[in-house]
Design a protein around this ligand. Structure first.
Ligand code: OOG
Ligand code: NI
Length: 450
């Protein structure tokens, strides 16, 4: 039996989830808790859960070299996962920049939206020349991909849309090795400590054989419930949910996490024992609708206004106050072009509508069709990340005590040159999904004239 790219992605996500469950038992607890809440919410609202919700996960890894980023890009492409957006985390004092590998078209997202937030360490932020050279030398020596893994990537790249199932199985087991946790650090304790003093992220990337997956996040339908249940079950949740406040129509992404495990590791390939390292944590996310560039500008400005209010009131209240200015009705969000939607023809609509000679593709006509209920709206889910939230997650898990990097400087060009291609823009992807759905509606309503 042949496997499609989407099946390969689903198989890989499921294999990674099993491996991580084994490595971090609290992750299993998190999955149970999320499944309970999702069932509850579905029952309360009489919803049928979309099948993607049960398997939906995002993971995160941190890479050390341009060559690693280049190869991982090819590996993810085999599973129809492509780099979307550039995230500069130096704005939050972190020496990394990142992208998200994920499926991009509507069907692939609906089948399995597995995504991996992938950071690349920026050695140029290490100020000490000798330490930087040392880190570079260590990274240049490691091999995070087996030879067989690279061979399989090359072979599968030329296979088109489906793969032989035994090659697919071999690919998954080779790829899984990249993400595995190692209890043993390649470097000696002294080097680890020096790198950790520079920045905990530098140590986390440089001192290990591979880019262990540092969290795997399920999607929950009610993050407030999740936050409460996490605390009830003894998971040390961070005290504040990242992202926008709770609303009738959720936007973007809200996240919470529990603290990184402090794990015992040995150094010098096992010769030095008694070391500890914090790398891995648990996280839960709730996803809302994707915002347009205009919506995102409004979001950013309300977020920074909330930050200014923080001295005067609790953070949660500050968010509620500023976000009262973000419309919370679907039709307003659509008319003001703040969010993206897919459009579909309502079930009871006759298939040929009158046109009266007007331009059927005009905004006025689309508005009229929506007003009359001929066309139904459904918000497009946000499939990406929020740099400020990501920074909050990074900080709560590596400790806020780490020194901040000297100053923010984004370097998208260097990132893309390492990647070997440009990152895609999520705005363009959402725009395209929205436009396709409109075209399809018009075709259904007007046939050939559309
Ligand atoms: C990635 C943090 C970013 C998120 O959900 O925002 C992230 C990391 O800690 O490596 O996963
Ligand atoms: Ni995450």
């Amino acid at each position: 039996m042949a496997r499609s790219k989407t099946q390969l992605r689903a198989d890989f996500a499921s294999a990674l989830s099993s491996m991580y469950r084994h490595e971090v038992p609290q992750y299993g607890l998190l999955l149970d808790l999320v499944a309970d809440i999702n069932q509850d919410v579905a029952q309360r609202h009489g919803l049928k859960l979309h099948s993607r919700i049960d398997v939906e996960r995002h993971g995160a890894i941190r890479l050390g070299t341009a060559a690693e980023l280049h190869s991982i890009r090819r590996l993810f492409a085999v599973m129809d996962m492509h780099p979307v957006n550039y995230y500069d985390l130096s704005v939050a004092g972190l020496p990394v920049h990142a992208t998200c590998f994920r499926p991009v078209d509507r069907q692939a997202l609906s089948d399995n939206p597995f995504r991996v937030f992938t950071s690349l360490l920026r050695l140029d932020f290490i100020e000490d020349d000798a330490l930087r050279a040392k880190a570079e030398a260590i990274l240049n020596q490691r091999k995070i991909f087996s030879d067989r893994c690279l061979e399989l990537v090359e072979q599968l790249e030329t296979c088109g849309e489906t793969f032989d199932s035994s090659l697919a199985a071999e690919f998954i087991s080779e790829a899984l090795e990249i993400f595995r946790w190692h209890h043993t650090s390649t470097v000696d304790l002294e080097t680890y400590q020096a790198l950790n003093r520079d920045h905990p992220l530098v140590a986390d990337v440089v001192c290990f054989r591979g880019p262990h997956v540092n969290h795997l996040t399920p999607r929950v339908l009610d993050i407030e419930a999740a936050q409460t249940k996490m605390l009830e079950r003894g998971l040390q949740a961070k005290d504040q949910i990242e992202g926008p406040p709770s609303r009738s129509y959720p936007i973007l992404l809200r996240q919470t996490s529990f603290l990184a495990l402090e794990e015992e590791i040995t150094f010098s390939n096992g010769a030095e024992t008694g070391g500890r390292h914090k790398a891995r944590f648990g996280e839960i996310e709730q996803r809302g609708m994707a915002l347009t560039e205009k919506g995102m500008k409004l979001y950013d400005s309300l977020m920074s206004q909330a930050l200014e209010l923080k001295g005067q009131m609790p953070a949660e209240e500050a968010l509620k106050t500023t976000f009262s200015r973000f419309p919370d009705e679907l039709d307003v969000l659509r008319r003001e072009r703040l969010a993206y939607f897919t459009y579909s023809v309502g079930a009871s609509t006759p298939t040929t509508a009158k046109t009266d000679g007007a331009d059927i593709t005009s905004d006025a006509n689309i508005d009229a069709l929506v007003q009359s209920g001929t066309i139904k709206l459904s918000p497009i889910t946000y499939e990406d990340f929020l740099p400020i939230s990501a920074a909050g997650i990074f900080h709560s898990n590596i400790g806020d005590d780490g020194p901040a990097t000297a100053q923010a400087r984004s370097d998208k060009a260097a990132f893309e040159s390492a990647l070997g291609m440009k990152v895609k823009s999520s705005y363009e992807l959402y725009e395209c999904i929205q436009a396709e759905s409109i075209t399809e509606c018009l075709r259904q309503l007007y046939g050939e004239r559309a």
